[in-house]
Design a protein around this ligand. Structure first.
Ligand SMILES: [Zn+2]
Length: 138
């Protein structure tokens, strides 16, 4: 994503483009991907940028609050930031820790419960947890 595309995104979501935020966004939006805060901290370190961990956490919270990225919680201690924000589903491999996309149209529901009174559906997202099949010794 170019700098002017990033500026457009920041503007669209009402986020002030500070140098640190732009740096973090440019890592996230390099390609469609799912990154944890730790991945991002690691990449910042590799690139020699001095963005603090606290800034990374605060920035990611701001990005997800404003809808710039989507949070995907795979378990209570693992959260991913998804650069793809339109509705879609995920596979999560508990062995490799890898999260991958399932296109929205590949999942359909035959039977969804009636919504609680006074609510409307915001989204239905599925997280399918998989594990590597154990190879049997022969
Ligand atoms: Zn995704």
């Amino acid at each position: 994503m170019t700098r002017s595309e990033l500026n457009f995104l920041f503007d669209k979501h009402g986020i002030l483009p500070t140098p640190q935020r732009v740096k973090i966004a440019s890592i996230l939006f390099e390609r469609p991907q799912h990154l944890s805060a730790d991945h991002i901290i690691e990449q910042l370190k590799v690139s020699g940028s001095g963005v603090s961990k606290a800034t990374v956490y605060n920035t990611l919270n701001l990005f997800s609050e404003r809808g710039l990225v989507k949070e995907v919680m795979v378990d209570p201690v693992r959260k991913f930031y998804d650069s793809t924000t339109h509705p879609h589903h995920h596979f999560y491999n508990v062995d490799s820790g890898e999260l991958s996309d399932i296109p929205d149209e590949q999942v359909s529901f035959q039977n969804l419960p009636e919504l609680p009174e006074g609510t409307e559906r915001e989204s239905v997202e599925v997280l399918i947890k998989v594990r590597d099949r154990v190879k049997r010794a022969s």
